[in-house]
Design a protein around this ligand. Structure first.
Ligand code: ZN
Length: 184
């Protein structure tokens, strides 16, 4: 018993000393900010939501999306809205992503969730962009199934999150996905 106690004390001392030494030796590396999200309000699309989050997690390192049942700052919900899907967010990891059933039948579901997540990470819409661009959304049409951000989008999110989570994100804005009118 007494031997075990002494070992524990030594371990505790080591942990107490290590961070001080590390801080003195090097500048603190850029920390990864974790954004917790819940899919409990969008059970139909849980697989696609997680796939979209995984695409972002592979692309960027300054922010990481992690599913959690409670205490999430980002909530995915599903339903019917004549105006379509939307992201209501401050662009700093907080808000609600609404996935519209009708749009989810017409467009690639993972592209929808990854696109909406892009808004929560701070990116605006750019419907005139190509399919290779995630934030072009419904612009390239329903045949576009790309659900990964391109190099420019990845670099922009890395930049936005380089200094970690900005608590003063401002008011949340609702960004509807307005589908372009059919051509011809
Ligand atoms: Zn959008």
């Amino acid at each position: 018993m007494s031997r075990k106690f002494v070992l524990s004390g030594a371990v505790a001392l080591a942990f107490a000393v290590t961070p001080v030494a590390a801080t003195a030796a090097t500048a603190a590396p850029a920390a990864t900010t974790t954004v917790y999200y819940t899919t409990s309000g969008a059970p139909t699309f849980r697989a696609e939501i997680n796939a979209g989050a995984a695409n972002w997690n592979r692309a960027v390192s300054n922010v990481k999306l992690v599913e959690r049942s409670s205490g999430a700052s980002l909530e995915y919900v599903e339903g019917n809205d004549p105006q379509g899907s939307y992201a209501q967010t401050d662009g700093h990891g907080n808000g609600t992503i609404f996935i519209d059933y009708t749009q989810a039948q017409q467009y690639n579901k993972t592209r929808i969730t990854a696109h909406e997540t892009g808004h929560v990470l701070g990116l605006p819409d750019h419907y005139s962009g190509p399919c290779s661009e995630l934030m072009s959304g419904g612009g390239p049409g329903p045949s576009c199934t790309n659900a990964n951000p391109n190099a420019q989008e990845t670099a922009r999110v890395q930049q936005l999150w380089a200094n970690g989570f900005r608590t003063a994100g401002g008011p949340q804005e609702r960004i509807y996905e307005k589908l372009p009118a059919p051509v011809g």
